[in-house]
Design a protein around this ligand. Structure first.
Ligand SMILES: [Zn+2]
Length: 318
């Protein structure tokens, strides 16, 4: 029972970074980013977990949603001066076979808030599917191969795509052997859960701050079923530390070794201008061993790497 409570609280706090949208947002295209909002490298410890949180389980999610009361409309004062999206990626190339060179020659866009369907949306392109503050998944998009982490390297009913389970199992075993045991705090979250989550964080810390610490619905890596928020096995929650990645055995081990098992830290310290979110030392995205090794070698953030490997926006020659 204690574990259940711990997982719930943790899932909610991290929710912030990985999910949610609200009425009115989807109708908009793109709004200018507020650079000031991204210069806040506030530590995770500044965020206090809510007393309740959603899980992929229907009953738990329903209880969580009920606990929040009536939906609260999100106001969007920053959306008044909307601008067009920086780049429109040609959707025709979205179904290119794996292995096709799809390098995008366009420079990485500055962090902006828009809603453009991410081009590599097929589940077969999972390692390069980019979701950020501009590029998003459709509301109804969901993986078809979700499995509980229980028994495959995790220790909870949190769901992940089955393609990651061999590496997840190897990684958690290695962490345990290194006396840095890990636990899965939160994994797959659907669109609806993120609607609630973003709305909650807007209410807690305001719209501007919520944009940098919580993903709007459709923009969360957790909707891919490929993101995991980890914690030290037995807790406490990672955001109770000033820096979980340097102050705990699990956090230190993961920061150094996750890439060997196909996981990359999506929002590293000091990179907010590139990642568009505050530092999240517990949030990892699974991209596969080969891709993770390439990202590690490059020194780039995952968003930079994935942007470079999106389809070229120029139409193909006839
Ligand atoms: Zn997360």
């Amino acid at each position: 029972m204690r574990l259940r409570v711990s997982i719930g609280v943790a899932a909610f706090a991290v929710l912030a970074i990985c999910c949610a949208s609200v009425a009115g947002w989807n109708a908009r295209d793109v709004a200018a980013a507020d650079p000031a909002a991204l210069q806040d490298e506030s530590t995770p410890a500044a965020r206090q977990p809510a007393a309740n949180s959603p899980t992929p389980e229907t009953s738990a999610a329903a209880a969580y949603i009920a606990s929040l009361g009536p939906a609260t409309a999100i106001t969007e004062p920053q959306m008044a001066n909307a601008k067009p999206a920086p780049v429109k990626v040609n959707p025709i190339v979205a179904e290119l076979p794996l292995g096709t060179l799809v390098t995008n020659g366009e420079p990485l866009p500055a962090c902006a808030y828009g809603r453009v369907t991410t081009p590599l949306i097929s589940q077969t392109h999972w390692s390069l599917t980019l979701v950020d503050t501009t590029y998003a998944l459709p509301a109804g998009w969901a993986p078809t191969d979700l499995v509980p982490t229980l028994g495959v390297g995790g220790n909870s009913r949190e769901l992940v795509r089955s393609i990651m389970t061999p590496d997840l199992r190897r990684m958690t075993a290695a962490a345990t052997a290194a006396r840095a045991p890990l636990a899965v705090l939160s994994a797959y979250r659907d669109y609806r859960t993120q609607v609630i989550t973003f709305g909650h964080w807007q209410n807690v810390e305001g719209f501007k701050a919520a944009l940098t610490s919580s993903a709007r619905p459709g923009h969360s890596e957790h909707q891919l079923g490929l993101a995991i928020d980890f914690e030290s096995r037995g807790g406490p929650q990672p955001w109770t530390f000033k820096d979980w990645a340097t102050q705990t055995a699990a956090g230190v081990w993961l920061a150094s070794n996750a890439w060997k098992y196909g996981f990359v830290m999506s929002y590293p310290r000091g990179k907010s201008a590139l990642t568009c979110y505050i530092y999240e030392p517990w949030h990892y995205r699974y991209v596969g061993v080969a891709e993770a090794a390439a990202i590690q070698t490059s020194g780039l953030t995952p968003r930079q790497w994935m942007w470079m490997h999106q389809p070229n926006p120029e139409p193909a020659s006839p």
